[in-house]
Design a protein around this ligand. Structure first.
Ligand SMILES: [Cu+2]
Length: 300
């Protein structure tokens, strides 16, 4: 002790000046990085969450954004506490600091607050999960998804052709199956498997659901109007040799185009021709059929 009080005050001022400069430089560096990377506010608030094309995907993004902001608030608070403790209680002399034992109010607080945070996160997760998983009594369209080693068949069970059979599309080694669906309508995907467990996954829906033999799984989604386009679909469950090549395409079109497509299919057109008739690409534009020439390695 015994230091000159004015000298120590001066040191403090110098130190706080340095801390201020450091904070300013860090802030400017952060803002510059953000600006130079060309991120929009929306992209920043997405916190890396991929873009989806359904209201379900938007709800999940809101949950993600909220959780990320909550985590950042907690993070900034904790970092603040750490730096405050480091600076406030740094070693000033060889004198032993006041020894304390416990602080009941603070201990209760730091036990209760995390529980509160978990409860809030759990609540919003449950709300969003219920929304994503919700199935209505009367969806606008039902699509039947049949998975098999190693391709897909899509049927419209309510739409029958001239032979009273549901119209649909089946993939082959030459043709990627294109699942045509309308935007702005609630679609129920009903899944069955002919052999092993597959998983129906359209990354743009930000959703996948297993397709299990002997069981019928389903889910519903609405593709936002304005999101017409081609979206790749994949099998997301390791199902065998050609699992990685079990691709399909989800083709979202307007309701008018969809009705024309269904009419053409009912009249006996192939999916290729029906797509061409409605002015869509007759083949998949997001993925290509896999080469079947690959042979398994023979035991030597
Ligand atoms: Cu599969």
């Amino acid at each position: 002790m015994g230091a000159n009080p004015s000298a120590s005050a001066e040191r403090r001022t110098r130190r706080s000046g340095r801390a201020g400069r450091f904070a300013a430089v860090t802030g400017i560096a952060g803002a510059t990085t953000l600006l130079l990377s060309g991120c929009s506010t929306e992209e920043v608030l997405r916190f890396g969450w991929p873009e989806g094309i359904t209201p379900q995907a938007e709800q999940m993004m809101d949950l993600w954004t909220g959780s990320a902001i909550a985590a950042l608030v907690v993070g900034v608070f904790v970092w603040g506490l750490i730096f405050w403790a480091v600076i406030r209680y740094r070693k000033k002399s060889d004198e032993l600091p006041t020894q304390t034992r416990f602080n009941l109010p603070i201990e209760i607080l730091y036990t209760a607050v995390p529980f509160l945070i978990i409860a809030v996160l759990f609540y919003y997760t449950a709300v969003v999960q219920t929304f994503v998983d919700k199935q209505k009594a009367n969806p606008d369209l039902t699509v039947s998804v049949v998975a098999f080693k190693w391709n897909w068949q899509f049927l419209y069970p309510e739409e029958l052709d001239q032979e009273r059979q549901p119209i649909g599309t089946v993939g082959s080694s030459e043709e990627i199956p294109v699942l045509v669906v309308p935007t702005g309508e609630r679609i129920r995907f009903v899944e069955t498997s002919n052999d092993v467990i597959h998983s129906f996954w359209v990354p743009a829906l930000l959703f996948k659901r297993d397709v299990i033999p002997g069981r019928t799984n389903s889910f519903e989604a609405t593709i936002n109007p304005g999101e017409e386009g081609a979206y790749v679909g994949r099998c997301a469950e390791l199902c065998g040799t050609y699992h990685a090549n079990m691709n399909f395409e989800l083709r979202a079109v307007t309701s008018e185009k969809f009705d024309q497509f269904i009419a053409a299919k009912k009249a006996g057109a192939s999916t290729y021709d029906a797509l061409e008739q409605i002015g869509e690409s007759p083949v998949s534009t997001t993925t290509t059929p896999f080469k079947t020439s690959r042979t398994a390695r023979q035991p030597s």
